[in-house]
Design a protein around this ligand. Structure first.
Ligand code: AMP
Ligand code: MG
Length: 482
């Protein structure tokens, strides 16, 4: 069987201590659960004559072609602020595949067995969390947000032990790379400047070839990564996404969203929302995400210092200047995004106040983050607490007057709002319902939901997919025990 992958590994040419060459651990009885044919086509894979059993055999790692050079990556990271040496504890890279458009992507199995980096883990993953990553990463992609993609999920036919006994599964993830802030931290912790410099060149070659001739490539790499993170976090804030575990090992240098562990979406607007059961102090709360991204970027900057200038003080000065720009760039990016959400263009003195007043009103009235922005476009507002609040009625009038100051027509403002405010997001209570069905071998709802999530900005009539959860589902927790 040949899927016509075009593997061409470059990461394996980096110094040996950055990876371990090893194969996935075979599984008992693989069964294909979901396969992303559209993505496979985009990737130039040849699915002719490939049946479900072939998919299961290949994407469980049970029957791989003999010439593959599979490996796991070493990295480090700050987890909830504490530095730890890590690595792919349950992931195997199949290789770097070259797509028909020439783009290079990592193909990685997650849940494929123990590695030297597994620590006390079993190297395995459960069906629920792997399908969850599939749903949310694909939803993020269709929402227009940079993210790793999901090619397929296969069940292993093995039971794994978490709090309960669960069905094991392997996800195949497609990413433009798995270079993380933690990869740099790992090399820096070895005080290995030669490899660090190689890693910078590798990252530039892979993601930012236009920086090749820069006068200070480490500094320019930092700026690029910072700007991509600002764009990414702005997008997360736009749709109410809470990553939940923004450790430095989960920050990809490509600017893609990666590692969908305990992530979840806002229902009611509350800036301090945290879903992850292990985030006791709200470190990764919704509103903290921009601050944490900057904190992570400072950890990245620290690794680059020896390459920025041979004079240590000068190096610090140069990188500090860049880091200090973060606030202003982020605020500008956030403001642009929020203005799009309420359909205003140009600049007026009270724009920031207009936005923060709305957010305060939403918070105070427990209004749904996704639906409120779409509802603003309705002639007749739904009978909700927010829309009956006299302060809101005053706000609405101010907002409508502000829109009239736009250069464009009101209809153009609404277009802007429609493009920036999704109709459907993968709501936590729906995702849970679908995963519960999938655990009982009922997959139709999963397929239907994935279809809907492909066009998140289009109006749909089925209220089930639009509504906030009933109050009983509102105290939602996500678990890292994935
Ligand atoms: P995460 O919080 O998912 O980014 O994972 C943090 C680290 O824990 C990574 O190095 C993972 O590879 C590792 N890890 C997570 N789950 C397991 C598992 N079941 N077995 C081994 N390692 C794991
Ligand atoms: Mg991770």
């Amino acid at each position: 069987m040949s899927l016509k992958f075009k593997f061409d590994n470059t990461y394996t040419r980096l110094p040996d201590y950055l990876l371990t060459r090893l194969s996935p651990t075979p599984v008992k009885n693989p069964e294909s659960i979901i396969f992303n044919f559209k993505l496979a086509e985009e990737m130039g894979l040849d699915m002719n004559g490939i049946n479900n059993q072939n998919i299961a055999d290949f994407f469980s790692g049970n029957k791989l072609p003999p010439n593959l050079e599979t490996f796991s990556q070493a990295y480090a990271g700050h987890q909830f602020g504490h530095f730890v040496i890590l690595g792919d504890g349950r992931a195997h890279m199949l290789g770097e595949h070259i797509k028909p458009d020439g783009e290079r992507v990592d193909i990685q199995f997650k849940g494929s067995g123990k590695t030297p980096y597994s620590r006390s883990g079993d190297g395995r993953a459960a069906l629920g969390p792997m399908l969850r990553e599939y749903i949310i990463s694909e939803a993020m992609h269709h929402l227009g947000i940079p993210t790793t993609r999901s090619l397929c999920v296969v069940k292993t036919g093995e039971t794994i032990l978490r709090e309960d006994k669960l069905e094991g599964a392997i996800l195949t993830r497609v990413a433009s790379s798995h270079l993380r802030v933690g990869t740099f931290q790992f090399v820096a912790s070895n005080q290995d400047i030669k490899t660090l410099s190689q890693l910078v060149e590798y990252t530039i070659e892979r993601h930012f070839p236009d920086l090749k001739n820069s006068n200070n490539i480490a500094l320019d790499l930092f700026k690029k990564v910072m700007n991509l993170q600002i764009k990414l976090i702005t997008n997360w804030m736009r749709i109410g996404f809470i990553h939940g575990v923004m450790n430095t090992d989960n920050m990809a240098l490509s600017g893609e969203t990666i590692d969908f562990g305990p992530c979840a979406f806002l229902d009611n607007y509350d800036p301090k929302t945290v879903f992850s059961s292990i985030d006791h102090y709200g470190r990764y709360a919704f509103i903290n995400q921009p601050v944490i991204a900057q904190w992570n970027l400072v950890r990245f900057a620290e690794t680059l210092i020896p390459l920025i200038d041979s004079d240590h003080d000068q190096a610090i000065k140069k990188i500090e200047t860049e880091i200090l720009n973060y606030d202003a760039i982020y605020k500008k990016s956030w403001l642009r995004m929020m203005k799009n959400k309420i359909g205003i263009s140009g600049e007026q003195e009270n724009d920031i106040k207009l936005i923060s007043d709305l957010l305060d009103l939403m918070h105070r009235n427990q209004a749904d983050y996704t639906n409120t922005f779409r509802n603003l476009m309705n002639e007749k507002l739904p009978k909700e607490r927010l829309f009956n609040d006299p302060d809101f009625i005053f706000w609405e009038e101010t907002w409508q007057n502000r829109i009239k100051k736009n250069i464009n027509t009101v209809e153009k403002s609404f277009d802007l709002m429609r493009e920036n405010n999704p109709v459907i997001i993968p709501r936590n209570h729906l995702v849970e319902e679908i995963l519960a069905d999938a655990n009982n071998n009922k997959l139709e709802n999963l397929f239907k939901y994935l279809d809907l999530l492909q066009k998140p900005y289009n109006e749909i009539s089925e209220e089930k997919y639009l509504n906030s959860p009933p109050p009983s589902d509102k105290i939602y927790k996500t678990f890292c025990g994935t």
